[in-house]
Design a protein around this ligand. Sequence first.
Ligand code: DC
Length: 240
Amino acid sequence: MISIAIDGPSGAGKSSLAKRLAAALGYVYVDTGAMYRAIGLYALRRGVPPADRPAVCALLPEIALRLAYEDGAQHLYLNGEDVSAAVRAEEVGMAASGVSAHPEVRDFLLEMQRRMARSQNVLMDGRDIGTVVLPDATLKIFLTAAPEARARRRLAELAAKGEAAEYDKVLADIRQRDEQDTHRAAAPLKKAADAVLVDTTDLDFDQSFETMKALILERAAKAAAGPQSAAGEGGGCSTV
Ligand code: DC
């Protein structure tokens, strides 16, 4: 099986790029952030503060998550309800960042994520895919961009949906999420030693897409040719 791990901070374009790449390459896209968001959403709905570890842990037995692929798109079901749209709200992203710091929440999702990569070619995005979930991934990409560039893109996305937002607030939220995601003790966001760094600060969407597609096709071809030709790839500090 081919597995592509894409990690990076929020707003780097992981999910839009991963979605498009998966469609172009015929892989299944697995959005692990959406799983954390579903748990964050459940906590918010139950009035549980995301940082309250015992209270969040007590909710886990009540949560059944299911990922389904309908018309080529990933749908996420939380206790039977399709929450794919509901989990995209800003406050749910922040709640997801909070609940994702608890090791019990991470364990709860880990096996589900690994199982998905065992049975199909996947392109999985998140924060710890290359470091924890799929340490033997065919290719690991660490996708990043300067916080200011990510804030500008987020603002444009919100504007396209008709939602008004202030640049300073969006930038502050991005910085707060970066801080939380990189400084937590459990599976913090960090580049795997053998990940390829792709910095999209000065790349547009199509340039980022083509850069990543070329990396994936090259590595997948090597993997298909046999373990020896793929060995030793991607080590150290490769940068695109
Ligand atoms: O990628 P996203 O913005 O949808 O993710 C929401 C939050 O979930 C993010 O702030 C950190 C957390 N997350 C995580 O800890 N590990 C993952 N593999 C994916 C997301």
